[in-house]
Design a protein around this ligand. Structure first.
Ligand code: PLP
Length: 234
């Protein structure tokens, strides 16, 4: 199947899930996860109508965003960083990305704020929340979330827009539902307190429909769009 058909199929599934849960499909953004994906395929996706691309490594993203091949087309793209960010890469991340999904500490936010201030940028961010006790996953713990929000709101060059989570992987996406619901509840509680966290980045190829039913406003989809990843290309 060509990428146009695949994209159409995914968009149909997004619309169906939104309707099932009484939501406006227009409030759900597709983030095409292009990590390990070659530039030609990114360009194909762009030509098919994809507007937002998500990358999980700063270096790899930089090579793509700055590549001659992409040229001025890169300016039409909204680039999102979805992977873990180290403080020493904060400067480059601020230079490259429109939205950073993976902020999970005050120290990292401060570093982002500092670099954004230098260039007069207002850096849009999401806070990554860790809802399961998994050693390998990043994210702020639920009990530390409102403290972190309070700190981030004091940073003048950061615009907090919402929350992000990556639940544990389950074969059956229904098992991820409680995690999506939890993130939604955390956001609802924060919104009730006046915090600006309306975006919910949750759901990937295997479970985005369930995530939409639970309130996702951004779904991060890689393999369902581009096929299995080939990490040898990295
Ligand atoms: C790779 C990745 C995705 C996309 O995963 P797929 O299962 O290929 O859709 C989404 N979010 C994050 C944070 C990722 O690293």
């Amino acid at each position: 199947m060509g990428i146009e058909k695949t994209l159409q199929h995914i968009q149909d599934r997004i619309i169906e899930s939104a309707k099932r849960s009484g939501r406006d499909p227009g409030n759900i953004k597709l983030v095409a996860v292009s990590k390990t994906v070659a530039l030609e395929k990114i360009i194909e996706a762009l030509n098919a109508g994809v507007l937002i691309f998500g990358e999980n490594r700063v270096q790899e993203a930089q090579n793509k965003i700055r590549s001659q091949e992409l040229g001025v087309r890169s300016e039409k793209i909204e680039w999102h960083l979805i992977g873990n960010l180290q403080k020493n890469k904060a400067r480059t991340a601020v230079e490259l990305f429109d939205l950073i999904h993976s902020v999970d500490s005050a120290a990292l936010a401060e570093e982002i704020n500092r670099h954004a201030q230098k260039t007069g940028k207002l850096q849009r961010i999401l806070l990554q929340v860790k809802l399961a006790d998994e050693e390998t996953k990043h994210g702020v713990r639920e009990e530390d979330l409102s403290g972190l929000i309070d700190k981030v709101l004091l940073m003048n060059h950061i615009q907090l827009e919402g929350l992000m989570t990556i639940p544990p992987y389950f074969e059956d996406p229904e098992n991820a539902r409680p995690y999506f619901r939890k993130l939604r509840e955390l956001a609802d509680r924060a919104i009730a307190k006046g915090y600006p966290v309306k975006e919910l980045s949750m759901g990937m190829s295997n479970d985005f429909e369930v995530a939409i039913e639970e309130g996702a406003t951004m779904v991060r989809i890689g393999t369902a769009l581009f096929g299995e990843r080939d990490y040898r290309l990295n």
